[in-house]
Write a protein that binds this ligand. Structure first.
Ligand code: SAM
Length: 230
């Protein structure tokens, strides 16, 4: 039987494109956003007590990955993008009901708005519910996951003199830790695993209102070449 759900709010995120968003929350602490709550959840009553909580679970819709036909097996990028596994063994965006969940840091609360960091959410993501992180129940000491046990390996991210200066200027203008955000996101090597990058090939994505462009001087490191306001 179908059920209807209604978003309680929407995330205004630093991530304006899917490419280069970390694969899980907490991997880029400099990734920030604001959850704007819709009425009636924007009222102070709904948020009472939340100031005592450091992290929250967000349940949300992968609104840019919704599909009419359910997939039973998926190819997680984490496994190199060529190995298929059952959808329920993954945190893939291609899911039966398009529902994602992320635990994020609650930085501060304003009327009707939650300031968040460590997010892995695209701008405009509809949020279905918020739940407090409960350490004694949510942190499982002996948990293991044979498919994804460790955080992704990081690669070095370097700058040209110009791109670093551009990042610093844009960071000041935005009042955001832009340099850290770029380093944290790119260090996770966002390129699809099946692609061997040539030094000539440029990659890019949009963070806040800036276009970030980079290349791989060799397959194991990144150099940021441009950080420009769009
Ligand atoms: N932590 C969540 C989970 O486990 O359900 C999300 C994991 S999913 C692998 C993370 C990826 O989802 C990000 O790298 C980004 O590309 C994608 N993503 C984030 N927000 C999205 C949205 N609203 N619609 C579609 N894809 C989204």
């Amino acid at each position: 039987m179908p059920y209807t759900v209604t978003p309680i709010g929407v995330v205004r995120s630093c991530f304006k494109e899917k490419f280069a968003i970390p694969r899980q929350p907490q991997l880029a602490p400099a990734a920030r956003g604001i959850l704007e709550l819709h009425p009636p959840f924007d009222q102070a009553h709904a948020l009472e007590g939340l100031e005592q909580v450091s992290h929250v679970w967000l349940l949300f819709l992968f609104h840019q990955a919704l599909e009419a036909e359910p997939r039973l097996r998926v190819r997680p990028p984490r496994l190199g993008g060529n190995r298929m596994v059952g959808v329920f063994a993954t945190r893939s965006t291609h899911r039966p009901n398009g529902i994602g969940q992320s635990v994020v840091r609650l930085e501060r609360i304003e009327p009707g708005r939650l300031h968040l960091s460590g997010i892995d959410l695209l701008d405009g993501t509809p949020v279905l519910d918020i739940k407090p992180y409960v350490p004694y129940a949510d942190a499982v000491d002996d948990a293991h996951n044979g498919l994804a046990n460790d955080a992704p390996e990081l690669i070095p991210v370097r700058w040209t003199e110009t791109s670093l200066e551009q990042a610093r200027c844009e960071a000041l203008r935005l009042g955001e830790p832009l340099q850290a955000l770029i380093e944290q996101c790119l260090a996770q090597d966002p390129r699809p695993a099946y692609q061997t990058p040539t030094p000539e090939r440029r990659y890019g994505t949009r963070l806040w209102d800036v276009e970030v462009r980079w290349h791989y001087p060799d397959p194991a490191s990144i150099t940021v070449v441009e950080v420009l306001r769009v």
